[in-house]
Design a protein around this ligand. Structure first.
Ligand code: AMP
Ligand code: GLY
Length: 428
């Protein structure tokens, strides 16, 4: 009988609600608690109010609650060194250490790493000086598409795809001169615009080895047909069947394997999930970014698409153990649609009452993201991306039909969702 663990899930989004549910299903979990959690998580597990950026508070809670395994969901505590601190206190934790988490904390660091190891990515320049960055822009044609990124964590808001040099220069000034992104904008990346289809590859990494999680396709723009500003993600289809097997092989050969070889060469002991944003261009797959955690809302689907137990897999990665070579797919298709509050990603109302259907048809579920319990114990909205409506079915068409049928329900006032999830590709 394998050891059963008391598990703490850190985070409060849809990703963490999905992780919590998978842990609750696992025979390897003795008990599961969360911090800080959300309205949905609080109905399924005991939740503790902890600020995810406060590593002292996370360690204190884990010790007080005699937790044996901590799963860290979001990037902020990973970049703050939560896993290092937990390990120093003798507690096993899932997620990369602070050094490895630099791949998300610093886009300039990642671009330099990619260049050092000849891993395909958009051509770029890294800058910390406004004057130099603007001089570099002057070397590009006025009417070109240019991508400008704040290097640090910016919750998906630090990227501008400009269709001319003047707009790019305005964003460069916002970041480096006006300091609109604070510390996150001390450095920037200016890079070539890549055309093509986008896909998300998640690797579960255990030091020297990795196993591939199902491919997924996020829809980052707020508007249908991929229009309007970027968001944290408005919906996902998984597996991303639009990617042929030979392209996946190319991604693994030219991106995943050289990345792991680069970690090894530089003495980086990466344990956790590496999420590689990829653009499939006419020159082959290229890296858009590295994230050091599971995607949100990708997680809400991909954890349900293989047979293996996530507690066992995550524990194996955290201990640097031997991962399976391949995961066993369930063979099903899935779509999640984000039910957002009108106005997101800018300003939106909070505290709106939520009405959840009492019984959902088989294959459908609702995962909570921006929700909380109010003082009377009612579930209310507390964020821009409020709920994830999830359908798992035998085909993508069926998943789409079911999820959009469920979206007809009125969950809260002024709900907004995209009606084209799974049907469009960005940049096409
Ligand atoms: P990032 O945070 O770097 O992944 O950028 C956010 C989103 O902006 C990506 O998911 C892409 O949709 C888009 N993007 C980023 N870099 C580029 C690029 N070089 N070319 C085209 N689109 C990009
Ligand atoms: N869905 C995009 C992300 O998690 O970064």
């Amino acid at each position: 009988m394998p050891e059963r663990l008391k598990i703490l899930v850190i985070g409060s989004g849809g990703r963490e609600h999905a992780i919590l549910r998978e842990c609750l299903k696992s025979p390897l979990a003795a008990e599961v608690i969360a911090a800080p959690g959300n309205g949905g998580m609080a109905q399924e597990a005991e939740c503790f109010p902890v600020d995810v950026g406060n590593t002292d508070a996370i360690v204190r809670l884990a010790i007080e609650q005699q937790v044996e395994f901590v799963i860290v969901g979001p990037e902020v505590p990973l970049c703050e060194g939560a896993v290092d601190r937990l390990n120093q206190s003798g507690i096993l934790a899932f997620g990369p250490n602070k050094e490895a988490a630099r791949f998300e904390a610093s886009k300039t660091y990642t671009k330099d790493f990619l260049a050092r190891h000849d891993i395909p990515t958009a051509s770029f320049g890294n800058f910390s000086d406004g004057g130099r960055a603007l001089e570099y822009l002057e070397t590009l044609p006025e009417e070109s598409s240019i991508v400008v990124k704040a290097s640090g964590l910016a919750a998906g808001k630090g990227v501008l795809i400009a269709d001319n040099r003047t707009k790019a220069a305005g964003f460069v000034r916002d970041i480096l001169v006006e300091k609109k992104f604070g510390e996150s904008g001390e450095e920037i990346v200016i890079e070539e615009f890549l055309e093509g289809r986008e896909t998300s590859l998640h690797l579960l990494v255990s030091g020297e080895q990795f196993v591939v999680l199902p491919l997924s396709r996020d829809h980052k723009k707020i508007g249908e047909g991929d229009t309007g500003p970027n968001t944290g993600g408005m919906g996902v289809i998984a597996p991303d069947d639009s990617i042929p097997q030979e392209i996946l092989e190319e991604i693994l050969e030219n991106i995943a394997k050289p990345t792991l070889a680069g970690f090894r060469a530089e003495g980086i002991d990466y344990r956790g999930v590496l999420y590689i944003g990829i653009m499939l261009t006419t020159k082959g797959p290229q890296v858009l970014e590295f994230n050091v955690r599971l995607g949100d809302p990708e997680t809400q689907l991909i954890l349900q698409l293989f047979e293996e137990d996530i507690v066992e897999l995550f524990k194996t990665a955290a201990t640097g153990g031997v991962l399976p070579k391949k995961l066993t797919p369930t063979g099903q298709s899935s779509i999640t649609v984000v039910m957002a509050s009108d106005g997101y990603p800018d300003s939106y109302a909070k505290g709106l009452p939520i009405d959840l259907p009492h019984k959902l048809p088989e294959g459908l579920s609702v995962i909570h993201a921006g929700t909380k319990l109010d003082s009377d114990g009612n579930i209310v909205t507390s964020g821009g991306r409020v709920l994830n409506i999830v359908a798992i079915a035998d085909s993508p068409e069926e998943a789409s039909e079911r999820v959009y049928e469920a979206c007809k329900h009125s969950f809260f006032e002024k709900q907004y969702y995209r009606r084209d999830i799974g049907k469009t590709h960005a940049n096409e």
